[in-house]
Design a binder for this molecule. Structure first.
Ligand code: ARG
Ligand code: ASP
Length: 720
């Protein structure tokens, strides 16, 4: 009798336990792991301690991680400052060193010795020396009832003092950032190296294999890596570029493991995630996907379709527009994945459930009642109010961004405003700088493509933006063109002085006063002036005011959630480009009914996707040869070459290039993307389908060693 009851209960308990006993959501602060996460991490299989990850007394994992140029992550993998990051993170640098004769994007690049390593002005690598909690001091002068502006001003004053007084070495810097929507503040002492040289990169047919078609997609087969080296002055400290600089002797360099991963193995990713918004009310999430993402996707959809049409017909345009297309497509695809993912996982419904729980728990406590009653309702109210403004902002910025003639006009107007502010006398010197800045723009510009995009996107703008926000000046111009975007575009592209570098130069050659007087006659400038005016007069102010109210309430709501729901949920701060650690397990997923994704891909998959001569799926001959001979050296397993794998680490943009580490803190892969179905992790992480994509370190080493024959690099690494 007893047995019959106990058994199913036991089974149920076991099922529940094996199903979810750990959380993979979260981008945690590395200095707080011992209190918050260490136990769970060990429970999931981690074999090192929190102090091995972050310590200020000894070299720890964090000392091997750098913010790479502020937009990606990289890690030190040798005692000589060798850095590993993604191919798409090094892309600009690789492109800048490329020419038709030496096309490193196409053929790859491998410095055969230190002298061949190439400097990259402007590129930097920043280490985190120390992180301090300064919340108390930062908020010391904040009084209840202060307006948002007052509050910020007393905080800024304090932060300035704290910054001045921070303990640091002369070559180090101090940075302070708000966390938890401004409820906490942390100070970072950093060390930035400005001599970062390009060491190696595979050809794009490996480093960007699959290109846009495979971007955000699993199963993936991209060898998305490139290598750099940090150089320091002879004293080991940061120094501007000099040929006398020496390779950095790092505080810590990662050890590489060739063991590979099995299902459910513990993994962690250390890096610099850029931005997430995980604590919005369901109302705001709904708005993000239904209204804002939808508007942006609609605009980019049209622009991409037109670019693609031309790129397929015209080789020259294909080259000119490849990077632009990729840049536009990246977030277009991400937003679509986000829209679908929220729906697929019932993200809104789950948030609503959470909010109901929050409201109920709050109601039971008089203190919280007093502090937080009405916060969520007010937030919802403001989100409703901001919606048309936010939507207009997105239409507006997508219009200016994607119609390049409008971007050019926008830049010109901004430039002329700058001159006005600095004084007419500055015009000639500033003009040269401006023209230099515009040069690359025109190198890859086709007025024909752009004109079609203009027609299509202007229509969408007019349809999507209510007339009172677009403004009367725009209405007038629009009327003059008979409300016909074709007529508008014919005028603009036919008569504007901004459709080529030569015309722009000739126009700017005139004296400042003439330029300012004449620019009104330029139809593109006039149009953008009207658009800008409409935006500034009808949208920016209410948008900023509403946003200030929302920020204020989000901060209170954040604190409220931490107080009210603190027993049921662990809270991590939203990403803000500071060093974070996320951990999870190697695991596949089920994106939709009857489809099950495995967690590893192999070189066989590269060959399955191979399309000879294709710009996305070509495979270099040497790689095919190695594949045919199964010449994988120590990097293969059972006659196969692993390429990519996925796990449930919570990552976002900026985490590209982050190291994937195993239970011992050894380097096993390089993070570079997420799976498309799970891109909503930025607003609503769901462990069922959110996965990060990493290239296996064995594939990276196989390419360096066997494909490129660059053994000098492999020899400086510590491999176990
Ligand atoms: N989706 C990745 C990220 O957001 C990779 C982007 C680069 N690759 C590309 N094909 N555009 O940055
Ligand atoms: N691909 C992104 C990056 O470049 C990473 C991501 O969004 O998952 O940072």
């Amino acid at each position: 009798m007893l047995q019959r009851i106990v058994k199913p209960v036991l089974l149920l308990v076991l099922l529940v336990l094996t199903h979810r006993t750990y959380a993979t959501e979260g981008m945690w602060l590395p200095q707080l792991l011992s209190g918050l996460n260490e136990k769970e991490m060990k429970g999931m299989g981690m074999k090192i301690s929190a102090a091995d990850i972050y310590s200020i007394n000894k070299g720890s994992l964090k000392d091997a991680i750098v913010s790479f140029g502020g937009f990606c992550t990289a890690e030190v993998i040798s005692e000589q400052g060798l850095l590993l990051t993604n191919h798409h993170c090094g892309y600009d640098a690789i492109q800048k060193h490329s020419s038709l004769q030496n096309n490193f994007l196409e053929n790859g690049f491998w410095a055969k010795s230190a002298v061949e390593e190439l400097p990259n002005p402007g590129l930097f690598a920043t280490f985190i020396v120390r992180i301090d909690d300064i919340t108390k001091a930062a908020l010391q002068d904040v009084k209840p009832g202060m307006s948002e502006r007052e509050r910020q001003s007393v905080i800024d004053k304090r932060l300035n003092e704290i910054k001045q007084g921070a303990r640091k070495e002369s070559w180090q810097d101090v940075m302070i950032k708000p966390f938890y929507e401004g409820n906490q503040y942390f100070l970072f002492v950093t060390e930035t190296y400005h001599d970062v040289r390009l060491v190696g990169a595979p050809p794009s047919s490996i480093g960007k294999f699959g290109s846009d078609t495979d971007n955000w997609v699993w199963p993936r087969h991209t060898g998305d890596f490139s290598m750099f080296r940090i150089y320091a002055g002879k004293d080991g400290r940061p120094a501007p570029y000099s040929k006398d600089n020496v390779p950095l002797k790092p505080k810590y360099a990662l050890t590489i493991s060739l063991k590979g991963m099995k299902q459910n193995d513990f993994t962690m990713v250390l890096g610099f995630p850029g931005r997430t918004t995980e604590y919005l009310p369901s109302e705001a999430v709904k708005q993000t996907v239904d209204v804002l993402d939808a508007a942006k996707v609609e605009m980019r959809d049209a622009a991409l379709r037109i670019m693609d049409g031309y790129m397929r017909k015209n080789e020259q345009i294909k080259i000119q527009y490849a990077a632009k297309y990729a840049g536009t497509a990246n977030y277009w695809k991400k937003w679509m994945g986000e829209m679908q993912g929220v729906k697929h996982t019932n993200g809104i419904g789950k948030k609503q459930q959470y909010e109901a729980d929050y409201r109920q728990t709050l109601a039971a406590n008089p203190v919280w009642q007093q502090q937080y009653a009405g916060v969520l309702d007010s937030l919802n109210h403001y989100y409703q109010e901001i919606q048309p403004y936010a939507q207009t902002r997105d239409y507006y910025s997508e219009l200016i961004r994607n119609v390049e003639l409008f971007s050019a006009a926008d830049r010109l107007i901004t430039f002329l405003n700058d001159v006005y502010e600095k004084g007419e006398g500055q015009y000639e010197t500033m003009r040269q700088q401006f023209l230099d800045g515009m040069q690359p723009f025109y190198q890859n510009y086709s007025a024909k493509v752009d004109q079609d995009i203009c027609v299509s996107l202007t229509d969408l703008y007019v349809k999507g933006v209510p007339a009172q926000y677009a403004g009367s000046e725009f209405a007038q111009v629009w009327q003059e063109y008979n409300k016909d975007s074709r007529v508008l575009a014919e005028k603009a592209y036919g008569l504007s002085g901004l459709t080529s570098m030569d015309k722009l130069k000739a126009f700017m050659q005139q004296p400042y006063t003439t330029v300012v007087a004449q620019m009104w006659k330029d139809p593109a400038v006039r149009l953008v002036m009207a658009l800008r005016k409409g935006f500034v007069e009808n949208v920016s102010r209410p948008l900023a005011d509403l946003q200030a109210n929302i920020n204020n309430l989000q901060r209170t709501y954040m604190q409220a959630q931490m107080d009210v729901m603190g027993n049921k949920k662990r809270f991590y701060p939203d990403a803000n480009s500071t060093l974070r650690i996320t951990y999870g397990k190697v695991d596949g997923y089920t994106p939709r009914d009857a489809v099950q994704y495995d967690f590893y891909t192999y070189l066989d998959g590269v060959m399955e996707k191979y399309i000879p001569g294709d710009y996305e799926f070509d495979v270099p001959a040497k790689l095919i040869e190695l594949y045919k001979k199964k010449d994988y050296g120590r990097y293969g397993v059972n006659g196969k070459m692993p390429v990519c794998f996925i796990a449930s680490n919570h990552t976002t943009g900026g985490n590209s290039g982050s190291p994937a580490l195993d239970a011992y803190g050894h380097l096993i892969g390089l993070n570079f993307d997420r799976t498309w179905e799970g891109t909503m992790s930025d607003i609503n992480y769901d462990p069922s389908i959110c996965r990060n994509i990493m290239v296996d370190i064995r594939y990276v080493l196989f390419i360096i060693d066997k494909y490129a024959g660059c053994t000098r690099l492999v020899n400086e690494m510590k491999i176990i």
